[in-house]
Design a protein around this ligand. Structure first.
Ligand code: URA
Length: 205
């Protein structure tokens, strides 16, 4: 069993929301997303492409660490569809509260959670997508863990992650900030979601 629920983290003014799969071992201990090895790589690549932490909100499709024992270690186990669906309400609340300009889906679980079970990272990565499943433009890219696990192809996979996060940077640079206008259009939705989510710890104002 997971130690705790790991909610998203970042400012309500974040311009991009980055969604991973689920917290890992370190995240489960610390109660914060992307603070383990995959998070270190993600934050490094973000720095390389000029994405500042205050511009992004980091979260996961599933909010608990799913694992199986291997000796004394806790090994990551991929969340199933029921677990992804169970956490969907949280992701939707995070999205409607933060109202980012861009949604970045890191890896297959996040892509499937938002775009449906048929979504494939290799087919979808490399551009900004407008999709009917979600109101905001989407960039799909590799999960940083997939880069770390890529063995001989690590440099190549890392370059793809850099390329996709560069697209995120360019998209944010090319766009006026529109979230204020969107918020005014749905004031009741924002009020409800802010009230609901206020008790969670990750969002700073
Ligand atoms: N992998 C994820 O998908 N999310 C985290 O928070 C850490 C590792």
């Amino acid at each position: 069993n997971a130690t705790q629920t790991v909610f998203g983290e970042g400012t309500i003014r974040a311009r991009a929301m980055l969604v991973g799969e689920q917290p890992g071992d370190v995240e489960d201990e610390e109660g914060r997303p992307f603070v383990g090895p995959a998070g270190a790589l993600l934050r490094k690549v973000m720095g390389e492409v000029g994405l500042r932490e205050r511009e992004v909100y980091l979260t996961n499709a599933v909010k608990h660490f799913k694992w199986r024992p291997k000796g004394t270690r806790r090994i990551h186990d991929t969340p199933n569809w029921t677990e992804i669906r169970a956490c969907d309400v949280w992701l939707r609340l995070e999205l409607s509260t933060v109202q980012p300009e861009l949604l970045v889906l890191l890896g297959a679980t996040a892509a499937k959670a938002v775009l449906g079970g048929k979504a494939r990272v290799t087919q979808l990565r490399g551009s900004v997508l407008e999709r009917p499943e979600v109101e905001v433009p989407v960039v799909v890219t590799l999960h940083p863990s997939a880069v770390l696990r890529a063995g001989d192809q690590r440099a190549e996979r890392r370059a793809e992650l850099v390329e996709d996060l560069t697209i995120v940077r360019e998209q944010l640079d090319g766009r006026a900030r529109t979230s204020a206008a969107r918020r005014q259009a749905v004031p009741w939705a924002r009020a409800v979601t802010v009230m609901t989510i206020r008790s969670t710890k990750g969002i700073t104002r």
